[in-house]
Design a protein around this ligand. Sequence first.
Ligand code: MRU
Length: 352
Amino acid sequence: MAEFVSRFDTLRWRGERLEMIDQRVLPAEIRYLAFDSALTVADGIRDMVVRGAPAIGCAAAYGVALDALRLQQKSPAEFNRDLGSAFCALAASRPTAVNLFWALARMRRAWEACRDAAPAQSAQRLLEEAHAIFKDDVAANRSMGRHGAELIPDGASILTHCNAGALATAGHGTALGVIRSAIESGKKVSVIADETRPFLQGARLTAWELMQDDIPVTLIADNAAGHLMSRGEIDVVIVGADRIAANGDVANKIGTYQVAVLAQRHRIPFYVAAPLSTIDAAIASGADIPIEERDVDEVLGYRDLRWAPVEAIARNPVFDVTPAELVTALITERGTVPAPDAGKISKLLNGS
Ligand code: MRU
């Protein structure tokens, strides 16, 4: 079939502003919020208006560009000082997805390359770099999709966790991009989506996103995955990632680790689809990946509804680490890496 064309924009540049679909209110409401500074973008990332590792990276890049444009009338010294604060604010928004820091590093290199230019020129250059980061992400997802589609059997029932789709990227998606590409290549597949407590990315976002494209999707409670695997109802698991350590350990949405353990128990392939910007070669193993803990209110209830006792104690770690040994293959824009380990990841990053 023809390529899927997205019916929504996760992020878009309109006029001199960044607009992002508000993922906190989907699917009940489809609304776009406008952002005009790095600080408001940092708040949008922290509050989950935008979420998903590559989308967070794109948003941060546009956050830098917005401040560069806002500051372009200032003297070069003031421009350089204040733009430095924009980088700090964005870097402090969320800790786990390395794509955020990758995008900021790329923006910093672009900034350093034009340090001697007039602020207005630097601002234009930084906006171009943000657009390039966005465009590169879509291209990476398309390429990853083509590589990953080859691993998906025709007729497969595919379990996914969280949302690693167009909503989590600049477009097409990573895990859901592989599913889209498999369908584009003529395969018939269906998706089982974990609801993904506590923020419900699966129930609210993955189900909505796939339904927009008429891709068959069935929602399950997170704790139903083992049962369906034991009945032979899942052929493949495919998830995204927020940070992959140099040895192939994968940080992704909380609950991914238990899905990977279940998949191993049932001999079901467990694939991780992620762009190279998600690999953090500076971190030796998953044990060193910073794991975000969010407000426990997300566990004690949902929005205005509280179901836990008033004084209940709770924890809310929102990512976990799946050891590389549980990963059947890593799918990247540069190809597929079966049984990833330090040696293979280093070769992948070196392009050999
Ligand atoms: O807390 P979130 O919603 O930002 O977490 C997102 C995930 O864990 C995704 O699986 C990951 O970022 C991959 S997105 C292509």
